[in-house]
Design a protein around this ligand. Structure first.
Ligand code: AMP
Ligand code: GLY
Length: 431
């Protein structure tokens, strides 16, 4: 019944390649379309010249081609309401509605939700442009460091950790008045700084029931030792060695399930991936943000560990039959190291010829997921800040990391940059 169906995957990053790679292994042999995709997804299906944000063109394509299932993976189309639009047109789409994904696209909404439902998070207040002076007065009484956040989407750059009150006031002016993050900064959140290791958690939900994934950890800073600017993510590990079963149970019972249950109570059931970013403080896990989609590169490690047919998983989720589905994970560790363009997350050059991918993948435990890549004059070339993710699995995390770093030695392009310390801190962290 599910045989040879057409699946449309929206997006062009490592996340979309990784999900496509897993779908390609489905026994149901789906035909894959990517909008717009990258050089890696081209090997798995058809890349379309439609932007992830052109939701009208995506709808027309899905109707015309009789697409069986659409996967809305990046944040932008979700915030634009692609799920609502497809459903209105009786098309099957996987992902949260515009209102449900507000947990990600409005930090002010998310904070208010956490506050109303008593979910563990930092002390905070929200301010609009009209409340600029109140924001400055609030900072005068705040402990340092002070965290200042643009409420809306800001390409992962909208969070400023300010060591002094003066710095925090400048941040408020830059975001709220000078609008350095555009409209994403028309409202801000000022919050308490949380101390402790940071982890990512994911759960898939059909609005009624859910399944919690193993823990994972991204490395968001560009520099070795977690220094420098924030990026989209420079590498992940999963599961996180210092997160034991007791802590996962606490996260499930105090954070994930109450979030999903209260979203349903509030009349906005959450369908798709709920991804709370957490800091494990001395008082227990606290939420620093909600995302309403798969993390990238976290998803690249999850796809390596997932031990079920993902096409059936998505289908069960759309049918609201997740309660019947048994999700299984390989008893392994996975890691992923992001190879970036020199200069990222600031300006960088594109079009550098990439070599060595085949050799790097000669080890069957290595899978490379493309992100910013394209084909130009017959060559595989760089086409973005994060170029690709090199993923590996192993019986231990150290084994997975060793394999990934060994494979990277075979890959070359001008300006290649990666962090050589992914997973290092986690291996030595004790809670
Ligand atoms: P976000 O965009 O909310 O994920 O924030 C980006 C990064 O800023 C996070 O990954 C954390 O490393 C850091 N961060 C955000 N909020 C806090 C907080 N309240 N305390 C400490 N670090 C934070
Ligand atoms: N890896 C961070 C994110 O996807 O937001």
């Amino acid at each position: 019944m599910l045989q040879n169906k057409k699946v449309l995957i929206i997006g062009s990053g490592g996340r979309e390649h990784a999900v496509g790679w897993k779908l390609d292994q489905s026994l149901h042999r789906p035909t894959l379309y990517f909008a717009p995709g990258n050089a890696g997804t081209k090997e798995l299906g058809t890349n379309l010249e439609i932007k992830a944000t052109d939701i009208i063109a995506l709808l027309e394509f899905a109707k015309k081609e009789n697409i069986y299932m659409t996967l809305a993976l990046p944040d932008d189309p979700l915030a634009l309401g692609i799920v609502d639009l497809f459903r209105k047109n009786n098309l099957r789409i996987w992902g949260p509605t515009k209102e449900a994904s507000k947990l990600e696209w409005s930090k002010a909404f998310a904070k208010d939700f956490m506050h109303r439902h008593n979910l563990p998070t930092s002390q905070f207040r929200t301010f609009t442009e009209e409340q600029y002076n109140d924001a400055l007065s609030y900072i005068d009484t705040h402990t340092t460091p002070v965290v200042v956040k643009a409420s809306g989407l800001a390409l992962g750059k909208g969070v400023l950790i300010c060591l002094t009150r003066e710095e925090a006031k400048i941040a408020v002016e830059n975001i709220l008045i000078k609008k350095i993050f555009g409209d994403g900064g028309s409202e801000i959140v000022i919050e308490e700084f949380l101390l402790g290791p940071e982890i990512s958690t994911h759960a898939i939900s059909d609005g009624v029931s859910s399944k919690v994934f193993p823990s994972s950890q991204d490395h968001k800073k560009i520099g070795i030792g977690d220094t420098g600017l924030n990026t989209g993510g420079m590498g992940t590990i999963a599961p996180v060695p210092f997160v034991d079963e007791n802590l996962m149970t606490e996260i499930k019972n105090k954070i994930i399930l109450p979030t999903l249950v209260n979203m349903e109570h509030d009349g906005i059931p959450f369908e798709g991936i709920l991804y709370p970013g957490l800091i494990i403080t001395s008082e227990g896990p606290k939420i620093i943000e909600f995302n309403s989609r798969f993390g990238d590169p976290e998803v690249q490690t999850y796809m390596r560990l997932l031990d079920v047919d993902i096409f059936e998983l998505f289908d069960a989720c759309i049918e609201k039959e997740l309660y019947k589905f048994e999700i299984k994970w390989k008893n392994l560790f996975a890691c992923n190291i992001v190879l970036a363009s020199g200069g990222y997350p600031n300006a960088y050059e594109k079009g550098k010829v990439i070599s060595g991918i085949e050799e790097a993948q000669s080890d069957p435990d290595i899978v490379i997921f493309h992100a910013g890549t394209t084909i130009k004059d017959g060559n595989l070339v760089t086409n973005g800040g994060r170029v690709m993710g090199v993923s590996a699995t192993g019986i231990t995390l150290q084994e997975a990391l060793d394999k990934a770093y060994k494979a990277i030695q075979k890959i070359y392009y001008e300006g290649i940059y990666y962090r050589d310390d992914i997973g290092k801190r986690a291996l030595h962290t004790k809670l």
